[in-house]
Design a protein around this ligand. Structure first.
Ligand code: ADP
Length: 628
């Protein structure tokens, strides 16, 4: 017999399970049944091309009061020794790593029940009710009963592995129940849990019960505990919220299955399929951890499971949608490669996208608060569609929301609302991109707009700037980035700017010379009222925000020189124009120029390159002011 140690993280999870005061221990059975159903799904899929594997698929849950054990078994795919080590001895593919990370980050504040509810921890939850767990397993397709393997552990630091014998292929899990978990030997309790959490499982979940006859003899009866009714084939009105949650948790291998909306679809005609989709309530952590992510929807063909990662059924920007599609048109022996080019799949995808977008629109109109909650959670992902799904761009434009300058922080405004509130004199839709809403609100670049009571969309998602490249117009109004390009001015303003330029030509040249390594041009502007200066990008240039993002991703991007715009009416600029070069004040014109430049960076929320120099210059300038 081999004794092996659990990987460190696995040990941590086990300790948590064992010492958990989590009140809903019932879920251990849901998790084991889900694993059994997955194992049968896999085997059934393989049996489509290998008839030897076909079985009378079944999951069994058998209590044995004499031995104080509960046995959960299946005739699914089983495991080889190496697979048992990989799957049960180390941290699984499931959410366990993310679970621990969350726990670590939240520290003492973490509520264990909540986390367990949110993540679900699969197989290891068995240790909530058992002080010893044995897994006897034999791989489907293996000919030799002696090729089985027995894995066992008491939840301490180690587990044991030994060669074993098993008559049938599949997996049998024996739980030696703890003193306080004897309730799980009661048939009524088992029925109750299966009814609540696992009724939709497509395979029979059987148990045997002993019936005492009138003549005191005993008969053993097999009872099927679940209706096995595929949830997506049932009448929508008859599926309870609890059932939806269990099903979604099962689909996503993740947590409690909280959802915002369930969508039933039944399509007939050119493409025949049924689908049940969910908009989950929260982002699943693995959506941003691609290696942990279950990608795509589950696909069935005429109720036969094909794959739980059919990526082709939804575009990437709807990857947060979970669910199942059951098609009548595809061949049963469809391979994963065929899926990629299949015209039926294309048709289904189109129908799903159109339905999801119209459900979202409905939600936005009928339940604005629910929609806002949804958008806060998934908006970043949905927005990708503006750039990638040209055909649905118009629909998507009606779904996106932003914070704006004229609305309080936290309030999201749709483009339709923005346009409705535009004063007549305003011709374009203004936006600004950056990292933080509060910095954008006080950015010098929005001053002039604030003064004219024009609103500005505040775009703070990293994806926004990329998306804006394809968002040219909405309601026939062009989008205009307020810290890029020229500021629209009337003839009068233009004239006064020209005058300023001629009058202070030398000053502009001098300032430009002082900052020649940093800016491409220095010019007067009427964009500003309270601030002395600001930095703007050329119309087609990348913003500093995006430039930093690319650099953070280790992408090569040239540093772009921007334009320094100065406010000719500002006291500081006026004082600088008349600065007497000759008097030695401890701070030169060039130092002032750099201070101005650094100040503009700070005002827009960008870091300054040389903080020490900035401090030196600032101290000198302050001293001078104080001495006067
Ligand atoms: P998850 O199911 O979320 O991946 P688990 O911790 O529940 O995580 O299970 C880990 C792995 O162990 C599964 O992915 C599967 O490969 C394997 N496994 C668990 N139960 C069974 C079973 N009854 N039959 C075959 N393999 C199983």
């Amino acid at each position: 017999m081999a004794v092996r140690k659990f990987k460190a993280e696995t040990k941590q999870i086990l300790d948590l399970m064992i010492h958990s005061l989590y009140s809903n221990k019932d879920i251990f059975l849901r998790e084991l049944i889900a694993n059994a159903a997955d194992a049968i799904d896999k085997c059934r899929f393989e049996s489509l091309t290998d008839a030897k594997l076909v079985q009378d698929w079944k999951i069994r849950v058998e209590p044995d009061k004499n031995r104080n054990v509960l046995v959960v078994s299946d005739n699914g795919i089983g495991m080889t020794e190496a697979e048992a080590v990989e799957n049960l001895g180390s941290i699984g593919k499931s959410g366990t790593r993310a679970f621990l990370k969350e726990l670590e980050e939240k520290g003492e504040k973490a509520s264990l029940p909540e986390l367990i509810g949110q993540f679900g921890v699969g197989f290891y939850s068995a240790f909530m009710v058992a002080d010893k767990v044995e897994v006897l397993t034999r791989k489907a397709g293996s000919e030799d009963p002696k090729s089985a393997v027995l894995w066992s552990s008491d939840g301490g630091g180690e587990y044991h592995l030994s060669p074993a014998e098993k008559e049938t292929t599949g997996t049998e899990i024996t739980l030696h129940l703890r003193e306080d978990a004897k309730i799980y030997l009661e048939s009524w309790k088992i029925s109750e849990i299966v009814n609540r959490y696992s009724d939709f499982i497509a395979y029979p979940i059987a148990t045997t019960s002993v019936k005492v006859n009138e003549d005191k003899t005993e008969t053993v009866e097999e009872k099927i505990l679940n209706s096995q009714k595929a949830i997506w084939l049932r009448k929508p009105s008859e599926v309870t919220e609890e059932e939806h949650k269990s099903f979604l948790a099962h689909l996503s291998h993740w947590g409690g299955g909280e959802y915002t909306k369930s969508i039933f679809m039944s399509a007939e005609g050119t493409s025949e399929f049924k689908a049940l989709l969910y908009l989950p309530k929260n982002v699943q952590y693995n959506i941003f951890m691609p290696e942990l992510q279950k990608k795509g929807l589950q696909l069935y063909v005429k109720r036969v499971f094909i794959t739980d990662e059919c990526k082709e059924l939804l575009p990437d920007y709807l990857r947060f949608v979970k669910g199942v599609v059951d098609s009548s048109d595809l061949p049963l022996n469809v391979s994963r490669e065929i899926l990629q080019e299949n015209s039926h799949i294309r048709k289904i995808e189109k129908a799903l996208v159109s339905r999801i977008l119209s459900e979202l629109k409905k939600m936005r109109d009928d339940e604005p608060e629910v929609y806002t909650g949804f958008f806060r959670e998934f908006g970043k992902i949905l927005k990708e569609g503006l750039h990638t799904d040209y055909a649905n761009a118009e629909k998507l434009k009606d779904l996106v929301m932003y914070e704006t300058l004229n609305h309080e922080p936290g309030k999201l405004v749709s483009l339709a609302e923005y346009v409705r509130e535009m004063p007549e004199s305003q011709k374009e839709i203004y936006y600004i991109t950056g990292e933080k809403g509060d910095v954008l609100r006080t950015s010098p670049a929005v001053e002039a707009y604030k003064k004219q009571h024009y609103d500005v969309l505040l775009m703070t998602d990293p994806i926004d700037e990329w998306v804006m490249q394809s968002l040219i117009q909405y309601a026939k109004k062009t989008f205009k980035c307020v810290n890029k390009g020229d500021f629209e001015t009337d003839d009068e303003a233009k004239k006064s700017l020209d005058e300023l330029k001629t009058k202070h030509e030398d000053f502009l040249k001098k300032l430009q010379e002082a900052l020649k390594d940093k800016v491409s041009e220095v010019r007067f502007t009427v964009r500003l009222s309270d601030s002395p200066c600001c930095l703007v990008s050329a119309e087609n240039a990348m913003s500093p925000h995006l430039e930093r993002l690319f650099k953070a991703l280790n992408q090569q991007v040239p540093t772009q020189k921007r334009i320094l715009e100065i406010n000719g009416d500002h006291q500081l600029i006026k004082a600088l124009m008349t600065l007497d070069d000759k008097s030695d004040n401890g701070i030169s014109f060039n130092d002032y120029a750099e201070l101005l430049y650094d100040q503009s960076l700070l005002a827009e929320g960008s870091p300054i390159a040389d903080a020490a120099k900035f401090n030196r210059n600032l101290t000198a300038a302050l001293l001078l002011g104080l001495k006067k």
